[in-house]
Design a protein around this ligand. Structure first.
Ligand code: NAD
Length: 292
């Protein structure tokens, strides 16, 4: 018999992830503040609950795919926190890109309430969520991961990175790199375009050269050259991740000079483009600033 999987947060990522679990034969019960997200899960064959506590009361494993640590903490331990509704030994899997040091503290609270927590943030975007090819960076106890392994393997490739919070640390570090790459890639690509080079010709050459990155292999070809800017990963979420990584560097005494500049630039774009912008729109924002 397959475990019942609870799913809180059915947005750009949680939506397709929960639907994959339904398709794989898991009983899935989900909740999101947005009614449309709940309806989508129900239409896909899952069960939509009225509250997050209703989800948790019915589940063996509960996946959280929420925007940030503030929201993860409030869902678990806030006034209507779900911890109280959990059966003893319930395993919570925070797949959001949360703050590693807060995750460590939260795990102690979860433990004290008789449940368990691991962190399992992902890379691979909406495309990876739909296809079940996410990279899943797990932090926590091996025996807890073992209980969630079958579920996580439906979503992608889980790997144990270290103790609790390790996944969240690595995810933030990855996204700081990714964001800095995208910014410099966009400045460099716009320079080539302004010189008269064809962007597709440039990308083909760069993708077998040392300047390549996810920004040249995926983001520019898929979302920027065609000006669709529809990666499904919000600019504000990227900025949140960059601040998690630079905050971690600061708290550990590691230099973060160039990283801070990247945060400043991304913050300026975020301020102009607003909370609904896709993160790939930084390239459009930069192009609009040409010749100013
Ligand atoms: P999203 O904004 O599309 O989805 C978040 C969902 O959480 C929304 O549907 C929202 O209604 C819901 N929500 C907010 N507060 C809630 C609450 N208190 N109770 C229940 N539901 C609540 O975000 P997303 O793109 O799915 O990202 C989720 C997490 O995954 C973030 O931490 C993000 O940084 C990370 N992430 C996103 C991507 C991507 O490509 N989109 C890739 C990797 C990681």
């Amino acid at each position: 018999v397959k475990q019942t999987v609870g799913f809180v947060g059915l947005g750009n990522m949680g939506g397709p992830m929960s639907e994959r679990l339904v398709a794989a034969g898991y009983p899935v019960v989900g909740f999101d503040l947005a009614p449309a997200a709940r309806e989508r899960l129900a239409a896909a064959g899952g069960a939509a609950a009225e509250t997050a506590s209703d989800v948790v009361a019915q589940s063996d494993v509960v996946i959280l795919m929420l925007p940030n640590s503030d929201i993860v903490e409030s869902v678990l331990t806030g006034p209507d926190g779900v911890l109280a509704a959990a059966r003893p030994g319930t395993l919570f899997v925070d797949m959001s890109s949360s703050e590693p040091l807060r995750t460590r503290s939260l795990a102690e609270v979860v433990d004290a309430a008789g449940s368990r927590l691991i962190d399992a943030p992902v890379s691979g975007g909406v495309k990876g969520a739909v296809a079940g090819t996410l990279t899943i960076m797990v932090g926590g106890a091996e025996e807890d991961l073992a209980r969630a392994l079958g579920v996580l393997e439906v979503l992608g490739k889980p790997a144990l990175i270290g103790g609790i919070g390790a996944g969240h640390a690595l995810k933030a570090i990855n996204n700081l790199m990714s964001a800095a790459h995208l910014w410099v890639t966009s400045e460099a690509m716009l320079t080539g375009i302004e010189f008269g080079l064809d962007p597709n010709v440039m990308l083909e050459a760069i993708n077998t050269s040392s300047g390549r990155s996810g920004s040249t292999q995926l983001k520019w070809p898929n979302f920027i050259v065609g000006e669709t800017y529809d990666s499904g990963f919000g600019l504000s979420l990227m900025l949140k991740d960059m601040k998690i990584a630079t905050g971690l560097a600061e708290s550990l005494g590691v230099p973060h000079t160039l990283s801070d500049r990247a945060v400043e630039h991304w913050s300026a774009a975020s301020g102009d483009l607003g909370p609904a912008a896709d993160h790939t729109e930084v390239a459009r924002w930069l192009r609009e600033r040409e010749n100013e």
